[in-house]
Design a protein. Sequence first.
Length: 77
Amino acid sequence: MIKLSLWQKLLLKINGAVFIGYEKREGWTEANAIFVCKCSIHGLYSGMRHGWGDCNPQCSKCLEDLATKVLVPSQQI
């Protein structure tokens, strides 16, 4: 469960994403910024921004749903 302060909740509502900290995983050379975003379908999720610019992390559950919709029909051939 992601706990956000009142200030973070306000920033999330305004910006669509809020910084919650840094995370360094095994094999990474540097720590990456972790953000919390809100998916209209699945609720709150955390992730890293990918690429340059202000693109928010994508909801992993939405990506899985999209992959099953795209891959399942093609596997029935």
